[in-house]
Design a protein around this ligand. Structure first.
Ligand SMILES: Nc1ncnc2c1ncn2[C@@H]1O[C@H](COP(=O)(O)OP(=O)(O)O)[C@@H](O)[C@H]1O
Ligand SMILES: [Mg+2]
Length: 231
């Protein structure tokens, strides 16, 4: 039986999620009782002051970090273990990540950077290349594939990072301040790329941002303060 997905299918569900960091006998409650449901195909943003838990929340959704309490489900599958090999597979196949500082490999070309996530899949070199070129075309960078990251503007580097995040066709795209290092015009261009992905591919997107103007372009804003949801 195939599962029918409609606009109300929850793609991300957090129930009473908590995250406590323990360092040098000091406990930091980074997340407290977070309840969040993001429907398939939704594009939402997370806002809040520095230290309010935004990155922690994104890392918990992206399975990069295990919560200290509560439950996480992605695509209606409860995450029951954080040790499984299965988890690495979900991370690689279901989730794409974009960061403020791009995180590109400096001595790989644009094309090679975008192919990296596909190295973990059984796929021929020519198929990898075909998909990487298609992802670069989606972000409007097909003329720069043999450049190195240092030869590109910040906005172009972020486009490469987006291409790398979407090359495996993830259902969920998580972006941690993707426009934070860009001027407002480049920021707008990156927002246009994300909005188009959301529209054309129905990719579910959760974006952390400090920028109210960018956040208002998304369907919903979740606000954090001291690890708590305030709106
Ligand atoms: N690895 C860690 N170890 C200890 N404390 C951490 C760690 N990561 C984050 N924190 C703390 O958790 C809180 C939330 O951090 P973070 O999620 O990075 O906030 P934001 O992204 O909103 O700036 C902060 O008080 C931060 O210092
Ligand atoms: Mg952060």
């Amino acid at each position: 039986m195939t599962v029918q997905h409609d606009g109300n299918t929850p793609m991300i569900e957090l129930k009473d999620v908590e995250k406590v960091y323990q360092a040098d006998k000091i406990e930091t409650v980074a997340l407290s009782k977070i309840n969040l449901s993001v429907a398939e195909g939704e594009f939402i943003s997370i806002m809040g002051p520095s230290g309010s838990g935004k990155s922690t929340l994104l890392n918990v959704i992206g399975l990069l970090d295990a919560p200290s309490g509560g439950a996480v489900a992605l695509d209606r599958q409860a995450i029951t273990s954080y040790r499984d090999k299965y988890l690495a597979k979900v991370r690689n196949e279901v989730i794409g990540f974009i960061f403020q500082t791009f995180h590109l490999v400096p001595d790989l070309s644009v094309l090679d950077n975008v192919e990296v996530p596909l190295l973990y899949r059984k796929m021929s070199g020519s198929e990898r290349r075909r998909r990487a070129l298609a992802a670069l075309e989606q972000v409007g960078l097909n003329a720069r594939v043999h450049h190195f990251p240092s030869q590109l503007s910040g906005g172009q580097q972020q486009r490469v990072a987006i291409a790398r995040a979407i090359v495996g066709n993830p259902r969920i795209l998580l972006a941690d301040e993707p426009t934070g290092n860009l001027d407002s015009q480049m920021g707008d261009e990156i927002m246009d790329v994300l909005a188009e992905l959301n529209r054309a591919e129905k990719t579910t997107i959760v974006m952390v941002t400090h920028d109210q103007r960018q956040a208002e372009k998304t369907a919903r804003i979740v606000r954090l303060f001291d690890g708590r949801q305030v709106a």
